[in-house]
Design a protein around this ligand. Sequence first.
Ligand SMILES: [Fe+2]
Length: 172
Amino acid sequence: MLIHKWILKIVIQKNIIKKIMKNILDYLEEGVKNELNVSYLYAAFYYACPEDYQFWWDLSMEEVNHASLLRSGMDFCKFGDSPFEVSDKDLQELIELNIQLPCIIEEFKKNPSRKKAFEIALELENSVGEIHYQKVMTSDKNDQLIKIFKKLNKDDMDHETRIRRYMRENDI
Ligand SMILES: [Fe+2]
């Protein structure tokens, strides 16, 4: 009887770990999609607003970089243990943002405006920062995935600061 309970406990624990790892990998996959979607959005901005071309080009390229960083994180995750947990709610929020982004891009293309581009970008960097990787910021684990998330989090905040500064300096 005791052995049965012990085996059951191991099976349950294994399933919990499997579920945690699946959520992290799904989250990373959605994260890659999200960075690429944001890169496409900024690309739509640089096509629509030639006066801000360099600014949006730089941000767009940085988002592509974020996508490849996250992709490399998926490899670390497959071979390591779980550095943190991702809830179903976290995952769902990112999935929903990824569903919305192509619509936001299409809407913008139909009615492009310089000011609107900056407003969308600000809102996005804010919300992505919130959804993203806040939970890892307090972690002191020396884990490769945690390091990647910390870098992405820092870059999100840096983007927001740069967008605000550019708007101020260019009277937008
Ligand atoms: Fe990013």
